[in-house]
Design a protein around this ligand. Structure first.
Ligand code: GLY
Length: 366
């Protein structure tokens, strides 16, 4: 059993992060009499194992976890199934799946009967190091990501490396981008270098890296649960990433969140250089990310990212908080308009190497 991390927030139940073999989660479920499992269809065997092993389980709902299905209809379906199962306000919703499943189900738990408890067993690397920790829940709306939702902590998040064994390589890499992002914010114990080594050479201890990233995130969430200040750092690369993902959706192209975060982080490093905050960092990150198997070039022209960046849910009065790396292990936040950010990238001569200038050769429907 790994050490436990606690997120203590005033007036709220402690949110615990624990980990170990899947069977170890039963200890955390002892005494629960009404557990309803929502589980990504792709990991239904994990849900079934829990259902068989845990007496308190009263029902299970497998869901299709896709960005297209991450909407209010699915939240209402989950609420409907919980009603049909007769779940009371004392029930626990146990969520088994990746970030889409934890976002959707955490939101359903937060609104069902004005809120029941929920707990996460993330089954992707991305959800283990990011989405499953910190209580962000919600759905996409009108093609914009996570436009509707609440921040509400799970009672626990259980990190189990065993469930990653069947994860496709591309999904593992998607989580790798969030892992590297986290260590760019806080490089305690040289975890950034250890993560690059693990990803490029297969050397090191993934479970320790997962727990290292979870610890960084838990510390930040405990200090700033509602993203007023420090938590914004966790959005490193995400303003660009959400705009890139929006473009990919419009064009019907296939891009994972982690791939977009990797490209977005490189763009953030380039912007940081354009603003004189750092020097030479983007080349280092490009090398490291490429060695890890992550993409580093933006497939879309910068101009096409502007509209989605303006609609970023974190934009206030036309300004967006850009998280900019200063060096490995340290980031700063600067409030800029999307236009200033994109012009800085374009005029510094830093963008052309990363983004196509024209779109005429690309297929697409926008
Ligand atoms: N994914 C960033 C956060 O949870 O704050």
């Amino acid at each position: 059993m790994m050490q436990e991390i606690e997120i203590r927030l005033a007036g709220q139940e402690i949110s615990r992060i624990a980990g170990g073999p899947l069977s170890g989660v039963l200890r955390l479920l002892e005494g629960e009499k009404e557990i309803f499992i929502v589980c990504d269809r792709q990991v239904e065997p994990v849900g079934k194992r829990l259902m068989e092993a845990c007496e308190g389980v009263v029902g299970m709902m497998p869901i299709v976890a896709s960005e297209e299905e991450k909407d209010m209809d699915t939240v209402l379906d989950i609420c409907g199934r919980m009603m049909d199962a007769g779940l009371s306000r004392g029930a626990l919703l146990l969520v088994v799946g990746g970030g889409i499943t934890t976002d959707l189900s955490g939101f359903a738990a937060s609104v069902y009967k004005r809120g029941i408890r929920y707990a996460n067993i993330p089954t992707t690397l991305l959800a283990q190091v990011d989405a499953g920790i910190g209580g962000k829940t919600g759905v996409n709306f009108e093609s914009y990501k996570n436009m509707i939702g609440v921040i509400r902590q799970p009672v626990f998040t259980y990190l189990c490396a065993e469930v990653l064994e069947t994860l496709p390589k591309r999904d593992l890499l998607s989580g790798a981008a969030e892992l590297l992002k986290t260590f760019l914010i806080d490089n305690t114990s040289g975890n950034y270098e250890k993560a690059v080594r693990y990803l490029s050479e297969g050397e090191g201890d993934l479970q320790a890296l997962i727990f290292g990233a979870a610890s960084v995130k838990a510390g930040i969430v405990a200090r700033d649960p509602f993203e007023k200040d420090e938590r914004r750092k966790l959005n490193l690369g995400h303003t660009f990433a959400h705009a890139i993902e929006h473009q990919a959706r419009l064009r019907g192209e296939d891009l994972t969140h982690g791939e977009a975060v990797a490209i977005g982080t490189i763009l953030a490093a380039r912007l940081s250089e354009g603003l004189g905050i750092s020097t030479g960092l983007s080349s280092r990150l490009e090398r490291d990310f490429s060695a890890a198997g992550l993409p580093v070039r933006c497939p879309y022209p910068l101009a096409d990212l502007a509209e989605a960046m303006d609609k970023d849910k974190k934009a206030a009065h036309g300004r967006i908080s850009f998280v900019l790396p200063e060096r490995i292990g340290s980031v700063v936040i600067r409030d800029l308009t999307a236009a200033v950010a994109l012009n800085t990238l374009a005029s510094s001569g830093l963008a052309p190497a990363l983004c196509p200038e024209k779109d005429k050769d690309r297929k697409g429907n926008d």
